[in-house]
Design a binder for this molecule. Sequence first.
Ligand code: GDP
Length: 300
Amino acid sequence: MLDNLTTRLAKVVKTMRGEARLTESNTAEMLREVRMALLEADVALPAVREFIAKVKEKALGEEVISSLTPGQALVGVVQRELGALMGADLGADASQLSFAQQPPAIILMAGLQGVGKTTTVGKLAKYLKEQKKKKVLTVSADVYRPAAIAQLQSVTAQVGADFFPSTAQDKPVDIALAALDWAKKHHHEVLIIDTAGRLGIDEEMMKEIAAVHGAVKPIETLFVVDAMLGQDAINTAKAFNDALPLTGVVLTKLDGDSRGGAALSVRHITGKPIKFAGVSEKLDGLEAFDPQRMANRILG
Ligand code: GDP
């Protein structure tokens, strides 16, 4: 079991008491520990570097009140800054979904295969139906895997939302437009479009999802990313962020044993709010993302 950050820093600063300010010299070793803790939490290196620089800038010159050790003072700065970076300073509204003035509000789901996109569509449909009292339609634009279409149909039925059937012979853009047409005619307030995901980043797939985005102009484009992905999350996030104007992120599989460093990497690349966290395979396993809790988890 890894020591948590407070314990690690306490070890480093045992010999250093009674200093009145955080300085370059009394924080250098502690910042190395913070860096190690973040790398162990699987945060990608560029995100670690940016974060350490920010903490350093905030910490230097900070007064250490007499009841604290410099280590405790630095942990305070780290927790505050990480919480802010996770989105605490974006305000509670940042994690809310937007709804179009003219229904239906379209939500486009993006992400690699296996990250939990289809499951998340089911979870979102349930949340929107039960908590927001919306009439929801789902559709799959994954024309490569008939099983994916059947899976979406099944999760949609489980949560009692409506499903627009598509087939592997259709084109993703045509599917999305037909579903939109249907949603308008049948007064759905939300249309959630699931998309194909490959196992790795793929230019054709990016073009295809960008075309779907251009055709239906969703109000929300959610990037779904698996917390267990670790450092790889940064490359995936970059590819999707370059291809699409993302509006938010869903971080899945937070019930796994990863520290969740992917959250920091994804925020570093996209700057977009993490709106939801997936916390189980079940369709009620979706929570509003809690930035400070995530910060504490990453720090261990
Ligand atoms: P997709 O290929 O992105 O559509 O991914 P799926 O929705 O098919 O999910 C892939 C696997 O991840 C399935 O076994 C899901 O049950 C599982 N899964 C999805 N979200 C979560 C989650 O938040 N926690 C856990 N433990 N498993 C999840």
